[in-house]
Design a protein around this ligand. Structure first.
Ligand code: BJW
Length: 231
């Protein structure tokens, strides 16, 4: 069987690059109501507010640089004897900026725009607004290419397929509050795959992991990658 590592990442891996997490003290959900900025209903009610929220995060992400954890995962993909897949819940592009190539953005991407009418995508401008027209069908139905609550995350078939082939499942910097991502560890376990969590503190489903390394991602991830590459 080919070696395959599937790595689920969350906001914690980008925290040391200056991008806020959601549920930590003072995080994004302490400053904004989820129903207002992260649901299709909120967008229908007040598209200006939602565009403003994502415009600010797009600007912040554009200035951010990968930290040692992103860099280590890129090094793992380049040096590992097998396949490495990063399934990220993050909408920033820091894994790619660090050099990772096999990345699946299950909750969308800040640098992508989506037309709700024709469902085509294009690179998002730094500032999006409700009056923008789709460059393909010209409908004024453009939105950030982000998966909001109640919407189907992207790439679920590819993720299910990857979990079935995975020989090691790792979860980095996610609180385990949001499904379906929070359920991947149970799926991997059920398939007999070893599991490891690397996080600042234990996640919601923390007891499901075989192993846990607690600490800042910029420290625990490079150390873990070194171990894997020298094994
Ligand atoms: C560090 C660190 C450092 C800090 N170093 N670590 C009832 C039961 C079960 C499910 C549901 C339910 N009711 C509704 C649902 C479904 C719902 C859901 O899960 N709701 C829950 C709230 C209960 N999910 C959905 O609606 C999803 N769609 C769906 O389910 O479709 C139906 C379906 C799917 C599949 C099969 C069948 C049906 C869509 C979810 C969309 C999530 N969207 C968001 C916002 C959009 C993206 C964006 O704006 O960026 O995605 S919510 C937000 O949470 C964001 C994140 O990607 C996501 C996860 O957050 P994450 O990454 O875990 O961040 P935090 O802040 O929670 O945690 C940070 C962690 O880092 C912490 O652990 C820290 O300790 C750690 N940390 N600093 C290392 N330096």
């Amino acid at each position: 069987m080919t070696n395959m590592i599937t790595i689920l990442t969350g906001a914690g891996i980008s925290a040391e690059s200056g991008l806020g997490t959601f549920r930590d003290e003072g995080g994004l959900w302490a400053q904004h109501r989820i129903e207002d900025v992260a649901t299709p209903e909120g967008f229908m009610r007040d598209p200006e507010l939602v565009h403003g929220f994502y415009n600010a995060r797009r600007a912040q992400a554009a200035d951010a640089v990968p930290n040692a954890a992103h860099v280590a995962l890129a090094k793992l993909e380049a040096g590992f004897d097998g396949e490495v897949l990063i399934v990220t819940q993050n909408v920033d592009g820091l894994h790619e900026a660090a050099g990772s190539q096999n990345v699946l953005h299950m909750h969308g991407q800040l640098d992508s725009a989506l037309c709700a009418a024709c469902e085509r995508r294009w690179p998002a401008p730094l500032v999006m607004q409700p009056s923008d027209a789709c460059p393909h069908c010209e409908a004024k139905a453009t939105r950030p290419d982000i998966v909001w609550f109640g919407e189907m995350p992207y790439g679920m078939h590819s993720i299910e397929d990857a979990l079935a082939r995975t020989t090691l499942f790792a979860s980095i910097g996610t609180s385990g509050n949001v499904y379906p991502a929070a359920g991947f560890v149970a799926q991997a376990r059920q398939l007999g795959c070893p599991t490891i969590e690397l996080n600042m503190e234990a996640s919601q489903g923390g007891s499901l992991f075989d192993t846990r390394r607690l600490g800042p991602a910029s420290e625990v991830v490079p150390a873990w990658v070194e171990e894997l590459l020298s094994a």
